[in-house]
Write a protein of this length. Sequence first.
Length: 344
Amino acid sequence: MARSIEIVQGNESVPNQTIKRSIRRYESEQDWFKLLFRVRGSVIPAVMPRVLLCAAFALGILLLYSRGWPVASPILGSLVPSLVLGLLLVFRTNTSYERFWEGRKLWGSVVNLTRNLARQMWVAIETPQPGDYEAKIAAVRQLPAFAIAMKLHLRSEPPDAELASLLTADQFAKLRQMNNPPLEVAFWIADYLQTQQAQGTLNTHQLTHCLETLDDLVDALGGCERILKTPMPVAYSIHLKQLLMLYCLALPFQMVDSVGWGTPFLVGLISFAVFGIEEIGIEIENPFGHDPNDLPLDAICRTMQQNIEDLISLAPGEGRSQSAPFEELPQLSRPSQTLEVNVD
């Protein structure tokens, strides 16, 4: 499908132009083949012991069959119906991906809320007294500190040097004693906002709006904790693993008569497929760790920290009074445009 557009501006006509739409692709053809043989981030290391076990079992059945043992039994194919196993695997993977995507949305909310609250604090809070400006900078920097503390809290890691660079020595020492460091940082931010309202540098309406944004940040923390502390039910995980193993161990009895010496290889491939799907669900059900398939929380926190530093470099109110009145702005004429679209 080609699209040509003729643009007429005033008395000048632009010839027909062919618009080439470039669709962003996350994976090029070259990347596809690189990922095909990539081991890091894949489930191969995790499932390979199980795959080799099933292939070795199939080889043993094949050797017994070659010696005349009556081990061929196609009826074992109905032991674990493929449809039932497929539905269980799909449910397992979908549930894990919902947890992964929910975690990503919550962290996206943390990014947006941090930017919004930092902007509100930086613009709304006045600094009439000496030292107020430095205090505001320290308070605004506590917002990325909240995100970093949240990341470490979800990973069950203690406060580190990355967090120490945004806080005072006393605050950092106090955080190391807390069971929930991000909640403590949120308390410091709320306390600072309340103090500014009491001093008259932040009005009640602005305080309410800032506290609502801070509440949303704490809600995002609670959502991530819910994902972290609500694992897959143990009974479901146990039963799925048992069915997967029964299914893979029953395959050689079904195939040995028709496939022959190719039985171990075929059983290994099928085992790799079903165990791999289950392992994908295990990999992504907790998206807050350090694994290649987890969320890039380190990069997200660095981005927030850079955004806050950029914001601090701006002077609140700069350019308000220097703006030219609207009536003095030059009148912009809008040229007439005629668009003619031909779709082949």
